[in-house]
Ligand binder design. Structure first.
Ligand code: HEM
Length: 498
């Protein structure tokens, strides 16, 4: 064999080993681990319902789309059966008591899963991903930033942002508008105003970059990566993500410098927004409490990542259900006029919006923006009658629980806000994990009250001005794009209220 043949043979063998390695890595991830779990389940007498691959049959999807296009008013809730197979695979294991145990366990048995790729760039090392001490110090600060008194101060800021949106809606009176798209702009505006306060314009620019990074993350979330190659050859999305990451960092640092300069001569408490609070933490004299500049940047990115798309989708689905269920829209409008008249919402009034609260809860039950929560098994544990080995990932299927007829009754797929007339505890028979759109336990969403306030303000101000009806162009397609998204938007027709 000549030297050329030897080189060719070596190259070919390396290539073959690489392909086989990638293939087995893939199998391990998508096949072997679930099989292992299934074996554990069946060895302990627990089995999941039949596994059905989602969106596997394009013909089926096309039929669903055509069906909903021909009958746009009919909500095909059946579509939920086709998304997220693991939801159903895992449902039987994670009954409500087990979910509660995983989410409220105080002995660190179920930490958060590790982040990879662009998601790591987006969420970095922040509140949403951190554990232990690192998590606790920022959580305390976030609790303070989003606590009731601070939220009261944010009401006029939120109303001002909704007014900006509604100014634009004047040009669409009697016409169609994609409310979902509008809510995307609104939630950026709201979070920039509230998190960056006086520096809101620069904040908005930063969040626009974070929004682009989020979009890239969403696009790449299910892409399979070839190990090694993805380190050598970066995709255009990866290059763009790195550029955005650098841009975000530079802009935040510039903003911090500006604030530092402006701070001289003024009291620190002028800066009561999230940025101001985080900056205080970077200067904390107690080393245990202090955070680094890098951590602060990650926190700002994560806040937007966690709060932007979720709220946009909540508002989008609310606009959808209200435009389909005219009777509930009327009830909500009546309540809004009774409480606020023609004025902008006040924080006291927001707390009295009972019908609106019921509508939002029912919307979160049917269309929870976060479909699944994840944890991993930190060390071998017993969960109910299961013994779970270390490092197994756990899926907590919010959507499946919210759509379980054993909990909600045969009419589980119908929009019936009256379920929540006497509160969440009554609706769920005091079963905590029957309804948990914002998670459960110590890591419950820190933005819960922020987001519900924002939704109530936006919907109240819309209902004061417009009657919403669903456009014939609307296509009902709830898609699992990272979170539950109305894939083709929410087109509504705006009829001005005289
Ligand atoms: C409809 C809107 C929202 C939904 C459905 C939602 C849902 C959730 C859920 C399910 C979790 C728990 C995740 C877990 O335990 O693994 C969570 C955590 C979190 N959310 Fe939200 N969220 C929403 C809005 C917001 C907003 C507006 C903000 C910020 C202003 C925010 C900030 C956070 C943060 C920082 C965490 C991590 C908390 C921690 O780990 O201590 N969220 N959210």
């Amino acid at each position: 064999m000549g030297i050329n043949e030897v080189i060719m043979f070596c190259l070919f063998s390396t290539f073959l080993i690489y392909i086989l390695w990638t293939f087995f890595r893939f199998l391990h991830k998508v096949w072997w681990i679930p099989c292992r779990i299934k074996r554990i389940m069946s060895s302990q007498g627990i089995s999941g319902p039949a596994y059905k691959f989602p969106y596997g049959n394009t013909k089926e999807i096309t039929n669903m789309r055509n069906q909903s296009m021909s009958k746009p008013m009919e909500i095909s809730h059946d579509i939920f059966q086709r998304i997220q197979p693991h939801v159903y695979l895992w449902t039987k294991i994670y009954d409500t008591e087990m979910i509660k145990e995983v989410l409220t366990n105080r002995e660190d048995a179920y930490p958060k899963m590790d982040m990879e790729g662009i998601a790591k760039k987006l969420l970095g090392e922040a509140l949403i991903t951190n554990e232990g001490e690192k998590w606790a110090k920022v959580r305390k600060l976030a609790n303070h930033t989003f606590h009731a008194e601070s939220l009261k101060r944010m009401v006029p800021e939120m109303s001002a942002s909704v007014e900006v949106m509604l100014e634009n809606w004047k040009h669409h009176e009697g016409k169609e508008i994609d409310a979902f798209k509008e809510f995307g702009l609104l939630t950026t505006e709201v979070i920039a105003r509230t998190a960056f306060g006086s520096s809101y314009r620069e904040g908005k620019h930063i969040f626009e970059m974070v929004a682009k990074l989020t979009a890239i993350d969403v696009r790449n979330v299910y892409k399979i990566k070839f190990p090694g190659i993805s380190m050598l050859m970066k995709s255009s999305d990866e290059i763009e993500a790195e550029k955005l990451e650098r841009g975000i960092k530079t802009s935040i640092l510039e903003l911090v410098k500006k604030r530092e300069k402006g701070r001289k001569g003024e009291t620190e408490d002028n800066a009561i927004d999230y940025l101001g609070e985080l900056m205080k933490l970077t200067r904390d004299t107690n080393i245990n409490k202090r955070i680094t500049l890098e951590q602060m940047i990650d926190e700002i990115k994560a806040l937007f990542g966690a709060g932007h798309l979720t709220t946009t989708n909540l508002l989008g689905w609310c606009a959808f259900v209200l435009s389909v269920h005219g009777d509930w829209q009327e009830k909500a409008r009546k309540e809004v006029f009774e409480i606020f008249g023609n004025k902008n919402p006040s924080s006291d009034g927001i707390a009295r919006l009972k019908t609106m609260n019921m509508i939002i809860n029912e919307c979160l039950r049917l269309y929870p923006p976060v479909l699944t929560m994840t944890r991993k098994v930190g060390r071998e544990v017993r969960l109910g009658n299961l013994r779970l080995p270390t490092n197994i990932n756990i899926y907590l299927p919010i959507l499946a629980l919210h759509h379980n007829p054993e909990i909600w009754g045969k009419d589980v797929h119908l929009f019936k806000p009256e379920r929540f007339a006497e509160g969440v505890a009554k609706a769920t028979n005091s079963t905590a994990a029957a309804f948990f759109p914002f998670g459960l336990g110590p890591r419950t969403c820190v933005g819960l009250n922020f987001t519900t306030n924002e939704a109530k303000i936006a919907l109240s101000m819309i209902l004061q001005r417009y009657k919403l009806t669903l456009s014939p162009n609307y296509v009902h397609f709830p898609a699992d794009i990272f979170i539950l998204t109305p894939k083709y938007g929410v087109q509504v027709i705006l009829q001005a209220i005289s």
